[in-house]
Design a protein around this ligand. Structure first.
Ligand code: FE2
Length: 232
C-alpha cells in the first residue's frame, strides 16, 4: 500500500494520499488548494491515477483542493450527505463503503465539530477530520457544531473502534503525525470526562477566536472554488 501524509504549513492541515500500489488508483483526503501542484507531482511520480477525493467536512481554515483536483484529473468528489458543498458527486451516509481497487474505507457520521463532519475508517486506521485530534478535539462553536453531538461521535463511535486503530486527524499544531485510539482514550485531556454535560462545559469555556480564513474559506468550500476562481 502507498500511504502519504502531507502537511500544509499555513493551516497545519494533513492531507492523505492512499493507493494500493505504484501504477494503481489513488484517493486523496482533505487536500488544500494551494498544494494542488504538489499532490499532482506525487501522483505523477508514483504513476497513480487519482479517482476519488474526499473532504471530511467543510473546512473553515483553508480552501479545499477538492474541486480543483477533480477539474484536473476528473476524479469523483465525495463528502458526507450532510455537506453544504454544491459540487459533490457522491454523498455518503453513515456506514457506507468507499472503494478503490482492494482498498475500502467505511464512512462514519461523526457530527459535532460541524454538522457535516465524517470520519473514514480503513482497516487499521481512521481519518478523523477535526472530530478527534491528537490530544484535542475539534471546536464546536460554529458551522452548526454541537458539543453534545461531538460527545456522542467521540464516545459512542470513534472511541469504540479497536484500541490499536491509528488516528490520523485533519490537523495537528504540535508536530504530531498520528496517534492511536488507546492513546487518545488514556491521554487526551478533553476525553477525561464522565458525561456529555462535562464535555460541553469544557467546550463552552474554550473561548477561541474565529479562524482568520473563516469568512473566505467556508463560502469558498461550499461553492467549490478552483485556482482560477481564487486568482481573480
Ligand atoms: Fe474544521
Amino acid at each position: 500500500m502507498i500511504f502519504k501524509q502531507l502537511f500544509d504549513n499555513k493551516s497545519s492541515t494533513y492531507t492523505y494520499i492512499i493507493s494500493s500500489g505504484k501504477g494503481r488508483e489513488a484517493l486523496i483526503i482533505d487536500p488544500v488548494i494551494e498544494n494542488t501542484k504538489e499532490y499532482l507531482n506525487v501522483l505523477k511520480e508514483l504513476n497513480l491515477k487519482l479517482v476519488k477525493v474526499i473532504d471530511t467536512h467543510i473546512h473553515a481554515d483553508h480552501i479545499s483542493g477538492l474541486n480543483e483536483l477533480s477539474k484536473q484529473t476528473s476524479c469523483s468528489k465525495i463528502m458526507g450527505s450532510h455537506s453544504a458543498s454544491e459540487v459533490i458527486d457522491i454523498r455518503v451516509k453513515d456506514n457506507e463503503k468507499i472503494k478503490i481497487e482492494n482498498i475500502e474505507l467505511i464512512s462514519m457520521y461523526t457530527p459535532g465539530h460541524t454538522d457535516c463532519s465524517y470520519s473514514f475508517f480503513m482497516k487499521d486506521r481512521v481519518f478523523t477530520g477535526d472530530t478527534l485530534l491528537i490530544n484535542g478535539t475539534g471546536r464546536t462553536d460554529f458551522q452548526n457544531g454541537s458539543s453534545y453531538d461531538a460527545y456522542d461521535s467521540l464516545f459512542k463511535k470513534l472511541l469504540k473502534l479497536p484500541e490499536k486503530t491509528f488516528v490520523y486527524p485533519a490537523h495537528d499544531y504540535n508536530g504530531k503525525k498520528y496517534s492511536t485510539i488507546e492513546n487518545e482514550k488514556k491521554n487526551n485531556p478533553r476525553l477525561q470526562v464522565n458525561s456529555p454535560e462535562e464535555y460541553a462545559e469544557i467546550m463552552r469555556n474554550l473561548k477561541l477566536s474565529n479562524p482568520k480564513m473563516m469568512d473566505i474559506a467556508v463560502p469558498a468550500n461550499k461553492k467549490g472554488l478552483t485556482l482560477k476562481d481564487i486568482a481573480k
